[in-house]
Design a protein. Structure first.
Length: 662
């Protein structure tokens, strides 16, 4: 019994991730402990795996970030309403850098809400459709005021023909995008008033204004081309569109009769369009669809809807890849409410060989499990959608904000590799996370849960790019190149593509990534800093053993002049090669074979230019490092590669065990 007990303890010690830190009894032990705890951080570990070129680009990214932190510290964009700061963000050099970053896929976008309304209107105004574009600008509109539509014959008097009127694109945008509307409200809606922001979007018809335009068969395919062109411009190669059931596309006859095109005809046209587009733009991996129902529909309606979707999936299994429920979760039916229908559909998903998955919007709520049903005839609160999404084996989680209150679920999500679709700008404009520095996305990512950054409804909100989400996350969360690379990789790995297409997709993305790194590396290496000098503020440890080489960290600023350069550290007259850690840290190994117990001055040499540290380093005879401080054991995960164990302790235990056995 005792033997078994000891063996189990030994196994626990060997295979659990216990981190042991030296006690900070001297500067050397303090810096060892500091390095160990830092290396336990996933954000630091990931950077170790970057290639040498990527490490240079990572420093350049850090420099661009640092400039924006300095310039925006008193008006930090990720903590200000996006509707106020979007224009400024696009002028930033970091934003320009991020535009060309290969982002992989944009996996959470609502098809008709993606494209910048400005681009759509510009396109229409340069086409023959301009001749029959109308806006409802009178108070007796039966649609939302400022709704846009096509009429080939004269409509009733509330409609004004846009061509030849006073309506300009900026004036239309002010009234038909959420940022335009929010910026023109007499009484601003508070940044955390989720209900108020959703209500405004619904009241004005933000998600509907352009609905009839993009269902017109001519505009529809031009719209699609513009969406894909825009995606490629910001280096997005895969799009997973959420959309309603096919069947609303129409032709318009000369006497203004709308003739609906049936879903299979529309899908065939789309497949043909896709084939032609990819043959001209081979960089694009694919675009696919996830079909949704509104969560507010009745149970019977959802049942019919899902049956139709499944029937369509049977015909287009490579094109239609899943099912979702959409609409404001706090005001709509829960997954439990619709569970009978979902149970039936789950039978289909589980036999579809992975070609048809649930991908639920779930946890897009700030409310805790408040025991108040989201709608009166529902049984549970919106919070519980997260449980049901997991029960129904959701392929990814849309938003997942409520998970921040349930860290015990992280291990399950991590083990099942369920990615979370994070939409920072959307979460902010709809009032869920006013200050993106506190967005839970970074917590999920640093906990080892795969996340992907997505745009949600950028066109309806009033902008266009996924780059804005990348900018906000990079600045708000202090992301490095390894993080951004991981997000891009995740967006293909956890997409709804079949596995063989993922391999092809990852290869296409890798090609773009390599080009981006080569190009960014050249830009980083060609920077000059004529008026900058390297300032060293501290060195640690300032003393260390004489009989072996240890790492001395040089802290300071102005280190960007060393990007892409050889860093030489001088200890007196002896030289070693320094390593860039980040813009404020360079590590200098002490020289070997220094038998003198001496004190030497430290300096850094870049391009033959000497920068004295102004600090001395002392070689001393001995230093003690005691490794007996431990943190509580952490839960091991698949992606944990870093295990620190106290070798002395394990050897002692092994000897003990051996003694016990004999
Ligand atoms: Zn969404």
């Amino acid at each position: 019994m005792n033997l078994l007990f000891i063996i189990s303890i030994l196994f626990f010690l060997l295979f659990s991730n216990i981190i042991l830190l030296p006690l900070p009894l001297n500067q050397y032990a303090y810096m060892l402990a500091r390095e160990r705890i830092k290396q336990y951080d996933r954000g630091v570990q990931a950077q170790n795996n970057l290639t040498s070129k990527e490490k240079v680009v990572n420093l350049y990214l850090e420099l661009l970030q640092a400039n924006d932190y300095m310039n925006t510290k008193n008006y930090f964009y990720p903590s200000r309403p996006i509707e106020k700061v979007f224009e400024n963000i696009t002028k930033s050099s970091l934003y320009q850098f991020l535009i060309s970053l290969p982002k992989g896929g944009n996996l959470h976008i609502h098809e008709s809400q993606v494209l910048d309304r400005k681009l759509l209107l510009e396109h229409i105004m340069n086409s023959s459709e301009y001749d029959f574009l109308y806006i409802c600008d009178q108070d007796n509109c039966t649609t939302n005021k400022y709704y846009l539509n096509y009429f080939k014959s004269n409509p009733s008097s509330e409609w004004t023909k846009v061509k030849g009127s006073n309506w300009t694109i900026p004036e239309i945008l002010k009234r038909t995008t959420l940022t335009g509307i929010l910026n023109n409200l007499e009484t601003p809606i508070y940044a955390t008033d989720t209900e108020g922001r959703w209500h405004t979007a619904a009241e004005y018809g933000v998600f509907d204004f352009y609905g009839d335009l993009v269902k017109y068969n001519v505009t529809r395919f031009n719209y699609m081309k513009l969406v894909l062109d825009q995606a490629l411009e910001e280096n997005i190669q895969l799009l997973e569109f959420r959309r309603g059931l096919f069947g609303s596309l129409y032709y318009l006859t000369e006497n203004n009769t709308k003739i609906l095109i049936n879903p299979t005809e529309e899908l065939d046209l789309l497949l043909k369009f896709k084939k032609e587009y990819i043959s001209k733009n081979p960089k694009l991996i694919d675009f696919i669809f996830v079909i949704y129902s509104s969560r507010n529909l009745l149970k019977e309606q959802i049942k019919t809807h899902l049956n139709n979707i499944i029937n369509l999936h049977r015909l287009y299994p490579d094109f239609i890849r899943g099912y979702d429920m959409v609409g404001e979760e706090d005001q709509g039916h829960t997954l439990l409410f619709h569970s009978d229908t979902l149970i039936n559909a789950f039978n289909y998903t589980s036999t579809s060989n992975g070609s048809f998955n649930f991908l639920f919007h779930s946890g897009e709520t700030n409310w805790p499990e408040n025991h108040i049903p989201s709608v009166p005839d529902d049984s549970v609160s919106a919070f519980e959608n997260i449980y049901d999404a997991l029960v129904f084996r959701t392929h990814r989680i849309g938003h997942g904000l409520s998970l921040t209150k349930r860290p015990d679920l992280y291990q399950y999500i991590r083990q099942r590799q369920i990615a979370i679709e994070i939409c920072p700008a959307s979460n902010q404009i709809l009032g869920y996370v006013a200050d993106l520095r506190n967005h839970p996305g970074i917590v999920y990512h640093r906990s080892g849960i795969p996340i992907v950054l997505s745009g949600d409804d950028p066109g309806s909100f009033g902008y266009n790019t996924l780059t804005v989400d990348f900018y906000l996350a990079t600045m708000a969360w202090g992301l490095n190149l390894a993080d951004l690379k991981q997000f891009a990789w995740n967006s293909i790995q956890y997409s709804s593509l079949p596995n063989n297409r993922k391999i092809e997709g990852l290869q296409k993305w890798q090609n773009e990534w390599n080009l981006f790194i080569d190009n960014s590396y050249n830009i980083a290496c060609n920077q000059t800093y004529p008026n900058l000098t390297m300032n060293i503020s501290q060195i640690l440890p300032a003393y260390g053993p004489t009989n072996r080489s240890i790492n001395v960290t040089v802290f300071g600023f102005g280190f960007e002049i060393a990007i892409c350069k050889k860093i030489i550290c001088k200890f007196g007259e002896k030289e070693t090669n320094g390593t860039f850690i980040d813009l404020n840290e360079i590590v200098c190994p002490t020289p070997l074979n220094n038998s003198d117990l001496s004190t030497v001055s430290i300096s850094i040499v870049i391009d033959n230019k000497i920068f004295p540290a102004g600090y001395d380093y002392k070689f001393i005879s001995s230093l003690s490092v005691i490794d007996d401080e431990s943190l509580p054991p952490l839960i091991p995960s698949k992606s944990d590669k870093f295990v620190i164990v106290n070798q002395k302790l394990i050897i002692t235990l092994l000897i003990l065990l051996f003694t016990f056995i004999i």
